[in-house]
Design a protein around this ligand. Structure first.
Ligand code: FAD
Ligand code: PHB
Length: 393
């Protein structure tokens, strides 16, 4: 096979890039390790920043998101049994949309197949070759047959556990792990709040989110080494009731659990996102703590830069945008990494913290709840900082 851009990974990053390139008349091939059903069912992110929503619309994949996504103008911080609303719209003029990542992936796959774009599922043994030449190549196995795709550029959009990052020689990585994890559930129950609730309780953090008017998504802070078998449904509900309680009579509606799992808390940044003709994007290059709801949004931001840079290369033989990709992308990555760390520190109860640390977190929450300046800072980060000027694709 021969194409212009070879993309490894059909998550939000890889699929969106293929779509944005298609709109600019640039051909690509997308290679995905899993099957279609698996990638469309994987329950992950839910919050789309303002700019992500606009990007999906511009990319022509916003129709179902606009019909079924839930627009939120604010969020609730809950601590000391009290609720404090952060009004995104009033503070920043922006809002967010709650729309499941698996729905985004379904829309992107449908758009890809609609235009007859190449998208191969269940590929194995992906290896990259000749990345420092003008004719890089991806080797892989599909349906038991060894195959190759020759391209001008290779994009590693294969997530944290993918192979692409390993081809960046001498990259420095920054990492931090945390002494807790998130236990996430998806329940067949109408949301108990119109907006997300980020709650800090002395037992730990809890988050009330949602996917639709009939499906609730919630998370509990648990120990880093926690085994899901120690959390039967009754225990999960009891802990959610306790941690989400307020003094205004909040009631949590229960329902059948459709999914439950534990996600480790990890921050990771790779300080190089390119080498020769290889560029990496999304979780392949960075992982942010989920408390800031930034992971998928960063993947989208990377891909906007890349699609513009590749478009500039094909339309005008420009290489300056490609050359500047890592530096520009990492500015946003570190901002989101800091914001996610800050939200996490303020809302979680660390087993390493003493009573002093607890008081610091509460003082910070109180400051956000009572200061317009701090609330605005939270709102502007949460709804998403503007993209660099001139970098729409
Ligand atoms: P991925 O979605 O990981 O896609 C990579 C793809 O590459 C996968 O389909 C994988 O199967 C494939 N692949 C891997 N290796 C290979 C290979 N060797 N060959 C071929 N294909 C390969 N983000 C938010 O923005 N907001 C949120 O609210 C939010 N909540 C989250 C909650 C949880 C519980 C979790 C786990 C994550 C959350 N995130 C959130 C993060 C978000 O889900 C990720 O940042 C996002 O999936 C990144 O997209 P990606 O395309 O870079 O990577
Ligand atoms: C989600 O709905 O899955 C979700 C929402 C907000 C977060 C993380 C996850 O901060």
């Amino acid at each position: 096979m021969r194409t212009q851009v070879g993309i490894v990974g059909a998550g939000p990053a890889g699929l969106l890039l293929a779509q944005l390139l298609q709109l600019q008349g640039v051909q690509s091939v997308v290679l995905e390790a899993r099957d279609r059903d698996y990638v469309q069912r994987r329950v992950r992110a839910g919050v789309l920043e303002h700019g992500t929503v606009e990007t999906f619309r511009e990319a022509g994949v916003g129709v179902r998101m606009d019909a079924e996504g839930l627009a939120h103008d604010g969020t609730i911080l809950r601590f000391g049994l009290q609720s404090h609303r952060i009004d995104f719209r009033e503070l920043t003029g922006r809002s967010i949309v709650v729309y499941g990542q698996q729905e985004v992936v379904k829309d992107l796959i449908a758009a890809r197949l609609d235009v007859g774009g190449e998208l191969l599922f269940e590929v194995a043994d992906v290896t990259l070759h000749d990345l420092d030449t003008a004719r890089p190549r991806i080797d892989f196995v599909h349906e038991g047959v060894a195959r190759s795709v020759e391209c001008d550029f290779v994009i590693g959009a294969d997530g944290f556990h993918g192979v692409s990052r390993g081809y960046l020689a001498g990259a420095r990585t920054y990492e931090r792990s945390y002494p807790f994890a998130w236990l996430g559930i998806l329940a067949e129950a109408p949301p108990s709040s119109h907006e997300l609730i980020y709650a800090r309780h002395r037992n730990g953090f809890a988050l009330h989110s949602m996917r639709s008017p009939t499906i609730t998504r919630m998370y509990l802070q648990v120990r880093a080494d926690e085994d899901i078998s120690g959390w039967p449904d009754d225990r999960i509900w009891a802990e959610l009731h306790t941690r989400l309680a307020d003094d205004a009579g909040f009631t949590l509606t229960e329902g059948t659990l459709l999914d439950k799992g534990i996600t480790p808390m990890r921050s990771f940044v790779c300080d190089r996102m390119q080498q020769g003709r290889l560029f990496i994007a999304g979780d392949a290059a960075h992982i942010v703590l989920p408390t800031g709801a930034k992971g998928m949004n960063l993947a989208v931001a990377d891909v906007r830069l890349l699609s513009r840079a590749l478009g500039g290369y094909y339309a005008d033989h420009r290489t300056d945008l490609l050359d500047g990709y890592t530096e520009l992308a990492l500015r946003r990555v570190w901002r989101a990494t800091h914001f996610s760390w800050w939200m996490t520190a303020m809302l979680h109860v660390s087993p390493h913290d003493d009573a002093f640390g607890d008081q610091l977190s509460l003082a910070q929450l109180d400051y956000v709840a009572s200061s317009r300046a701090m609330a605005t800072s939270l709102a502007e980060n949460y709804t998403g900082l503007p993209y660099p000027k001139g970098w729409s694709y």
